[in-house]
Design a protein around this ligand. Structure first.
Ligand SMILES: [Mg+2]
Length: 201
């Protein structure tokens, strides 16, 4: 029985693909092509060997984007589905981005109360470790939670801890690329999520 839904943030709750590409260009002075930025997400973001990002001051980048990221407006559809899911399930976020920025985003969109915890860059760079942190502190394990993400790299990290993934094909990666990680399901609309989680494994 599923107790908790763990969400990725970028590309799932908010479409930030072009936002990050333009902000990374402004912050680092380097242009990161669409292809390059997609490829970086085939594995753990911080393990990527992308030359132009190797020396990036990520703590500085997070502060740089905070004013704009934290005030982005969530879509009505996603906000409504999240509120409905929270009536039955505990909700969490595990992100490679900043937990502070995401928490402030949730607050500004009036939904910080529906998430039990947000883990981000400040907690650990590995999502595998962030899953383990949630397991240790919230009585969760691989078979009572489900992960929602938009990238192959995230699916592979969830696979390593045995967590099933519902992938969304409206984020950073295409359906073909997501299929390489063998996710439990792939969906094209956020509203398809509720019935899948309700059905359980
Ligand atoms: Mg993502």
């Amino acid at each position: 029985m599923i107790k908790a839904i763990i969400f990725d943030f970028d590309g799932v709750i908010h479409d930030t693909f072009e936002f990050h590409r333009s902000k990374l260009k402004a912050f680092t002075g380097n242009d990161i092509s669409e292809k390059n930025y997609k490829d970086i997400h085939d594995g753990n973001f911080y393990d990527s060997k992308c030359d132009v990002l190797l020396d990036t001051d990520w703590a500085g980048y997070i502060t740089f984007i905070h004013p704009e990221q934290s005030t982005m407006k969530i879509t009505d559809e996603i906000r409504q589905v999240l509120i409905e899911l929270n009536q039955k399930y505990e909700l969490f976020i595990i992100s490679s981005g900043s937990a502070k920025n995401i928490s402030d985003y949730l607050g500004n969109n009036g939904i910080s109360n529906i998430f039990t915890e947000v883990l981000g860059f400040e907690n650990h760079r590995s999502k595998i470790n962030k899953f383990k942190m949630l397991f240790d502190t919230h009585g969760l394990c691989h078979d009572n939670c489900i992960f929602i993400t938009d990238t192959l790299g995230d699916i592979l990290e969830a696979n390593k801890v045995g967590v099933e993934t519902v992938a969304v094909d409206f984020g950073f990666h295409s359906r073909e690329r997501l299929e390489k990680g063998n996710p439990y399901r792939i969906i094209s609309r956020f509203s398809e999520l509720g019935p899948i989680v309700d059905a359980g494994f």
